[in-house]
Design a protein around this ligand. Sequence first.
Ligand code: KG4
Ligand code: ZN
Length: 338
Amino acid sequence: MIILGIETSCDETSAAVLKANKKGGEIKLLSNVIATSLSLHAKTGGIIPEIAAREQVKFIIPVIEESIKVLKNPKSEIDAIAVTVGPGLIGSLLVGVETARTISFVWDKPIIPVNHLFGHIYANFIGEDNIQFPAIALIISGGHTDLVLMKNQSNIKWLGGTRDDAAGEAFDKTGRLLNLPYPAGPQIESLAMDVEKDIYHFPRPMIGSDDFDFSFSGLKAAVFREVQKLKTPSDNDIKNISFSLQEAIFSVLIKKTFKAVKGFDAKSIILGGGVSANQTLRKRFEEKIKSENLGTELFVPSKSLCTDNAAMIAAAAVFNPVETDWRKITANPELYFD
Ligand code: KG4
Ligand code: ZN
């Protein structure tokens, strides 16, 4: 089957075409087009929902047109349209949802509604048929930090998540304190590269708690205190803070993920979401698997599939193909795990 994916939950506008066999697996990505309004948000230190949605209205049709160029006759070849229905910004979600409903009506195609968070998990299944179950998936993005158990490829059970800020949010909020452009994650990663010592040793919130929850909001306060003490942090101070921040966030993510891996005897660890693009984090996971001699396999999507994209939305639809009439599709900004 051929699926057209549409993703507009935050500031990206993306459309993708992928081919899969009906039972999942053998997922082949034919196109994945992404337009972003990120440069318009860099100066404001965060996304302005109104600006994001206005840009998406401009981008959505050209992006879809570009993505379906890989097909000779899109109208007859596409079997279904997968669209992100939530969670996300309401104005942004509506752009994708209303476009999908229109194409569905005009071309008479079913819509498969997709939870954006599931998309981050299924990004790992694109071109990858060898994920063994049970698996533990860690979703780490700008809006979410969730740990889930996958008993098989379509059975997802939420184990825990952040009680306040998401992991990516901790990167972005620290970035603002350090005057780094939004989103700060990639820059903090490269600033931390030269550092070897965890000088600041920021708190590791909830690292020993008897659950699978996280809390990252205290980190920005800890960083704020250090920045105040330094008054004008030097380039070197900023590098040291970046390294110590990463260490604090990664220590907790790794501790809780491996607690779940051992508790559920997981054969695979799956990462997804913008923060999983971080190479140091990947390395830390690999090292931990080795040092614990667990034999667990780590899966991380390619960099462009870690951050928001429509390919992952189409992939999620392959494993949860709830074909729905366009009249019943609505955006749900608060959508979460059941
Ligand atoms: O998944 P995503 O594109 O959007 C959401 O669904 O939120 O994730 C964006 C988040 C931002 O907070 C950004 O700072 C973070 O992912 N991020 C990173 C890296 N690349 C993006 N964080 C740490 N290291 C990176 N290399
Ligand atoms: Zn996302």
